[in-house]
Design a protein around this ligand. Structure first.
Ligand code: NAD
Length: 423
């Protein structure tokens, strides 16, 4: 499967680009990151090794094994139609489970292509399955008696619903939700580097990434200069369809979503913020394109700050100090990703401990963990205990068992009603 995905990267990226709208280079990046999870899963036998204690008591050996759950399900969002399924099924299948994927109804074709690759790879019938649909299909999976666990990635209200319904029905659930990712820029940061990083992380994939930078927290004296630097980079972003090789940012997923994203910008001035770049006024009529927007002077209580926008809108909040920036991040309902830009190693080190967020970047704007760590946020960005893929993915898709074993000489056998003790 690793070799088949590798050999078919371009075709899969093309399917993603045509159906989702992200530009092919971005789709290629998605597949490269998904492939990492398949590569990690190839080494899972080594990760499934249990412990062994010889002679834990007289003539007694104790060892642990991890076993698959059985039939497991994955429900995925529209924004990574190839990568997020790979986060799930690679580990699930290599841990010995069969997998039912319910891809987003908005772009289900990548799932079918992946199913075909798995068949070509020789996976037996029934090990990987695709079920299409929306709420009705999800509800059936959540109540189906044969489904042992549900992995979900999507928006927070649905993640909460999936977690509550799935666990009520006795299933193990990991449900990853939405995000509002802050990038804290300290006065000692290299401002050009910070501006490049913020623009790339905010507008890449038209902002439809759960790890997109959505809020820049500009500390103290850097705000004016940083806003200027962000603004100056925006006109260079080429918006267009994936079929145009020079396009860097494609359309949004649907007309409703584009209009919702645009409304955050349109209403921002009235809320007391300052629209520095208005991407809505130049939006093309054909397709669901929206140009990048930049909003300054954003504060908690404004819609464009309180809600997940999930589009090409970067907001700037001005804070007086590192502490105010940290407190702002920690007060936010979400805790998916965050980043700090600074040259001060001591402050960055303190930040990593103090910030209440699951994935932290130090001068890294989109800190998606490599496949041998695990992916997941805190607070309203994750419902459940286990993060996705990597070591926590293995825990999620297996159950532990401990065997206590003895091969006594039958002649030494006797009845003893006391509680077993070590001898
Ligand atoms: P969504 O919640 O609308 O849909 C996700 C899945 O849930 C889809 O398969 C969909 O069919 C299903 N679904 C939709 N409505 C449902 C309902 N009422 N009942 C049951 N199932 C339902 O999310 P989306 O719009 O596809 O994706 C964007 C969202 O996903 C954003 O909020 C983004 O932050 C989030 N996301 C999070 C992560 C993460 O790792 N935390 C990663 C990617 C995307």
């Amino acid at each position: 499967m690793r070799e088949l995905v590798d050999a078919n990267r371009k075709e899969l990226a093309n399917i993603v680009s045509l159906e989702h709208g992200k530009v092919p280079s971005d789709a290629m990046g998605e597949i490269a990151r998904g492939l990492e999870n398949i590569e990690f899963a190839c080494g899972i036998p080594a990760m499934l090794k249990g412990g062994y204690s010889e002679q834990a008591s007289g003539g007694v050996d104790v060892y642990s094994i991890r076993q698959p759950l059985g039939v497991v399900a994955g429900i995925t969002p529209f924004n990574f139609p190839a990568m997020v399924p790979m986060w799930m099924f690679a580990n699930a299948i290599m841990c010995g489970n069969t997998f039912v994927l319910k891809p987003s109804e908005k772009d289900p074709s990548a799932a079918m292509f992946v199913a075909d690759l798995l068949r070509q790879a020789g996976l037996p019938e029934g090990v990987f399955n695709v079920v299409h649909g929306d709420k009705i299909a999800v509800d059936r999976l959540l109540e189906h008696k044969d489904i042992q666990s549900v992995s979900f990635v999507g928006s927070t209200p649905i993640a909460k619903y999936v977690y509550e319904t799935g666990t009520k029905n006795g299933k193990r659930v990991q449900a990853l939700g939405g995000a509002k990712n802050h990038m804290l820029v300290l006065p000692d940061a290299d401002l050009d580097m910070a501006a490049d990083a913020a623009v790339s992380a905010a507008y890449g994939s038209a902002g439809e990434r759960c790890m997109a930078v959505s809020v820049v927290l500009a500390v103290d004296t850097v705000a004016d200069a940083l806003v200027e630097k962000l603004k100056s980079r925006i006109p260079n972003i080429k918006v267009g369809p994936g079929t145009d090789p020079s396009a860097e940012m494609g359309p949004l997923i649907s007309r409703e979503h584009r209009d919702k994203v645009a409304s955050f910008v349109t209403n921002a001035n009235a809320e007391g913020a300052k629209v520095v770049v208005d991407g809505t006024d130049k939006a093309k009529d054909a397709g669901f394109f929206l140009n990048p927007s930049l909003i300054d002077n954003v504060k908690p209580g404004m819609k464009c700050y309180d809600e997940e926008i999930f589009g090409p809108v970067l907001t700037v909040m001005r804070v007086k100090s590192y502490q105010e920036g940290l407190d702002t991040i920690n007060a936010n309902q979400f805790g998916n990703g965050t980043a700090i830009f600074t040259r001060d190693g001591g402050v960055a080190r303190q930040f990593q401990f103090d910030v209440q967020v699951g994935m932290v970047g130090i001068n890294v704007p989109i800190p998606v963990p490599v496949s041998y760590y695990s992916f997941g946020g805190w607070k309203a960005s994750l419902f459940g205990d286990q993060h996705m893929y990597g070591p926590e993915g293995i825990n999620f898709f297996t159950r532990g068992k401990v065997v206590t074993s003895r091969w006594p000489d039958p002649r030494t056998s006797s009845v003893n009603l006391g509680f077993p003790q070590n001898r």
